[in-house]
Design a protein around this ligand. Structure first.
Ligand code: ATP
Length: 283
């Protein structure tokens, strides 16, 4: 049996971290959304050989248990004692290690696909619970819907869907290590966001107000090391984006625009000074 799944990238419309847990991992307070930039997965469930195989069209990704898609298949195969083999082919469109959650979304897509292919009947909540051990962004990616995400990434409250905005996505050619950035957070220096006001504005469907309250408290940490990221953000705002922030731990910067013509103008201008730029819709 073959199942196909779309795995959309995520952006952190807003990202704050109130504290560090005892194990050193951050507690999150984020508003997340998915964008129409996606990987495509073909999941083949078969009888021989009974192993998990991952193939990607990217030369940079591991095909073994380090691949998050492999880990997702392994979790369901062992938990439900499935004897079949699973072969996953991933068409990568989401830039890797970009702060866009590509690996997490691939893992979430494998969980959804095998849940369907094996008729496991798990709810999205149950899949999200199973997925947290893979990466903190996987539970969100199970839903891929505007959401308030807290805790380690496992507490997910779906919000009103974000209106149809254009997103200009600019990925500078630097490699940012998520664990390194997370280790560098100085919790005493963080200027926290008005997260309550932000959620209230979303509930009232006052998106302009909500956008004004969004931010990413990790920007100073990543931008200090990679000043180019700040230049991209400033450039997007100067060109007229309604808002612009770094996604996750970076390095990708996104700008949102309600007007299609302005979004296209910003996209064309950004291509002048960033190698990898995409123009997509918020999902
Ligand atoms: P996060 O912010 O969740 O750490 P990211 O969006 O910055 O993730 P990813 O593209 O998910 O970055 O890649 C992060 C790491 O995960 C990379 O080092 C990559 O080698 C590894 N990885 C494992 N499986 C995948 C996959 N299927 N797609 C992309 N990266 C993967």
């Amino acid at each position: 049996m073959i199942v196909t799944e779309k795995a959309p990238a995520k952006i952190n419309l807003s990202l704050d971290t109130p504290m560090r847990y005892l194990d050193g991992s951050p507690q999150w307070n984020m508003v997340m959304n998915s964008i129409d930039l996606a990987d495509y997965l073909t999941i083949d469930i078969h009888t021989r050989p009974q192993t998990i195989k991952i193939y990607t069209d990217s030369g940079f990704l591991p095909n073994d248990q380090r691949n998050l898609a492999y880990q997702a298949a392994h979790i369901l195969k062992t938990r439900f004692h499935r004897p079949e083999g699973v072969t996953v082919r991933i068409k990568k469109n989401i830039p890797v290690a970009a702060g866009l959650g590509g690996g997490s979304s691939d893992a979430a897509a494998v969980l959804r696909g095998l849940n369907c292919g094996w008729n496991l009947g798990l709810s999205l909540n149950e899949l999200a619970e199973l997925s947290l051990t893979i990466d903190s962004d996987v539970p969100y990616c199970i839903y891929s819907h505007t959401a308030h995400v807290t805790g380690h990434g496992e507490q997910i409250r779906l919000l009103l869907q974000c209106p149809h905005y254009w997103a200009i996505i600019a990925k500078p050619s630097v490699s940012v290590s998520t664990p390194t950035i997370l280790r560098q957070i100085n919790y005493e220096k963080i200027v926290h966001l008005d997260n309550e006001g932000l959620l209230e504005a979303i509930e009232q469907e006052n998106w302009q107000h909500a956008f004004a309250k969004m931010g990413n408290v990790l920007e100073p940490v990543t931008m200090k090391e990679y000043p180019k990221i700040k230049k991209l953000k400033d450039g997007m705002l100067k060109l007229g984006a309604d808002m612009a922030h770094m996604s996750g731990t970076g390095p990708t910067v996104f700008g949102l625009c309600h007007s299609e013509s302005r979004a296209k103008r910003i996209y064309n201008s950004m291509r002048g000074f960033c190698g990898e730029v995409y123009l997509v819709m918020l999902l």
